[in-house]
Design a protein around this ligand. Structure first.
Ligand SMILES: Nc1ncnc2c1ncn2[C@@H]1O[C@H](COP(=O)(O)OP(=O)(O)O)[C@@H](O)[C@H]1O
Ligand SMILES: [Mg+2]
Length: 431
């Protein structure tokens, strides 16, 4: 069972680095390179993967256990989290209930067991295992190679979403009591055992723990991207998200950069030039978060030695467990006005040296804003809650740029169009 004496608030943690990014950008390669470099500097390192498409064993060319850390080379251990194993170990009651209810609908038992590990659950168990390993005292550093961006990041917002805070908890308690009454009355298989509820409650507790843990100063996020349009767009969204959640992003990694055009040959000239352009855009978009770059190598970096070379290319003489940056770059302040239905939100953006800037401009461009500070142009993807609001103006306060957004009648229509239409339809019918 999931019992953990949680000292997440106080116990010293090892250094924890979570790599995230779109599939294929090089998360596994960069995570593994980081791990090799740290292990070769004499630290005890665990590299874990939470991507169901496991590839650590491929990248290291070493078979890895899915239940316990396997030694890869001195000081370096790897673990590919097997969510079915974690589920069985931690939540047999939960799994039984979910797979029974699939089976009662005619789903084959093998398929049913596979279905009990949904993408969200995969991540929960991986993050839990990460927390356990971090508290084990076995490691100086734990590196997590995650599945493509969305899942892990969204998970960090889950506790409120799926538990619904205290309301959700009391709902579960109520439901548990009801099911205890319903069972003897013959409701049978469709009513979960009390073990199910205990485990769900524990799962909720764990997610809260994970949430607290993620915000600890020893834990940082790093986003991996390629100099390509879609990769940049997705990373900008992720960057906004992690900042709003207060997660420290200490580095952005640009991988698979083509060398300059005189070395790539004519065929790739266009791509090489495009990369240069995107590299500038990346510099502007993630400033002042430090950016590390690695080139597209002639071959795939497989095995510890090749990975070590990648880490040298990325981090040069720095040890990659350094916390490269810890500033909070933007956040939202809600500003409730006297008018009851009129919400104002303030997007605060920290801009180093803003005090000294002569010319500052902010322009709304759909779901982005372009901030021009003297000659520096920075495009920031807005958080969703601001999408439908109207940008009003901005003010400068020391090194913080405050951009004011207000709700308009139009924006309200946008948000609730479906509901409004339904209301109109019912009104029509009743009149
Ligand atoms: N800098 C690089 N140079 C050459 N090949 C690379 C580089 N980085 C990654 N690769 C290769 O690109 C593919 C995808 O990388 P991988 O690390 O598995 O990405 P992800 O984990 O993000 O899906 C792999 O075949 C890997 O060997
Ligand atoms: Mg991978």
């Amino acid at each position: 069972m999931l019992t953990r004496d949680l000292r997440t608030d106080s116990a010293p943690l090892p250094r924890i680095i979570i790599y995230s990014g779109k599939g294929g950008t090089g998360k596994t390669t960069v995570s593994s390179s980081t791990a090799v470099a740290l292990a070769r500097s004499g630290k005890r390192v665990l590299i874990m993967s939470s991507d169901p498409a496991h590839s650590l064993s491929d990248v290291f060319a070493v078979p890895l256990s899915r239940t316990e850390p396997t030694e890869i080379e001195p000081n370096l251990f790897g673990l590919e989290v097997d969510t079915v194993y974690e589920l069985k170990k931690n939540m047999s009651g939960f799994q039984k209930y979910v797979s029974d209810s699939y089976k009662s609908k005619g789903v084959d038992s093998g398929v049913a067991s596979e279905l009990t590990t949904q993408p969200g659950l995969d991540e929960i168990f991986s993050l839990n295992r990460l927390l356990d390993e971090s508290l084990s005292g076995n490691w100086d550093a734990v590196i997590l190679d995650t599945s493509p961006t969305g899942n892990t990041l969204r998970l960090l917002a889950y506790p409120e979403l799926i538990i619904g805070g205290n309301t959700g908890k009391s709902f579960f308690r109520l439901y548990k009591n009801m099911s205890a009454v319903a069972r003897p009355l013959g409701a049978g298989g469709s009513v979960p055992d009390s073990e199910f509820f205990d485990e769900v409650n524990l799962l909720m507790k764990q997610m809260e723990d994970v949430n607290k843990f993620i915000l600890r100063p020893e834990v940082t996020f790093r986003l991996v991207l390629n100099p390509e349009k879609l990769s940049i767009l997705e990373t900008k969204r992720a960057y906004t998200f992690v900042h709003l959640y207060g997660i420290n992003t200490d580095a952005v990694i640009v991988n698979k950069i083509l060398p300059t055009s005189n070395t790539v040959g004519e065929y790739f000239e266009f791509w090489s030039d495009l990369h240069r352009k995107y590299l500038m855009e990346i510099d502007n978009s993630f400033f002042p978060t430090p950016i590390f770059r690695s080139q597209l190598l002639r071959t795939e970096p497989i095995g510890c030695d090749a990975l070590f070379e990648v880490s040298k290319m990325l981090f040069k003489d720095e040890l990659p467990d350094k916390i490269f940056y810890s500033g909070k770059n933007f956040w939202i302040d809600a500003k409730k006005e006297a008018l009851p239905n009129m919400n104002r939100e303030v997007l605060c953006i920290r801009v180093p040296f803003l005090k000294d800037a002569q010319d500052v401009q902010v322009v709304r461009m759909g779901t982005d804003i372009a901030v021009t500070i003297d000659r520096l142009n920075r495009v920031i993807t807005l958080p969703r809650i601001l999408y439908s609001l109207e940008m009003e103006n901005f003010v400068r306060e020391n090194d913080v740029l405050k951009v004011l957004f207000k709700e308009t009648e139009k924006s309200e229509l946008n948000v609730d169009k479906g509901i409004l239409n339904k209301l109109r339809a019912t009104r029509k019918m009743s009149s």
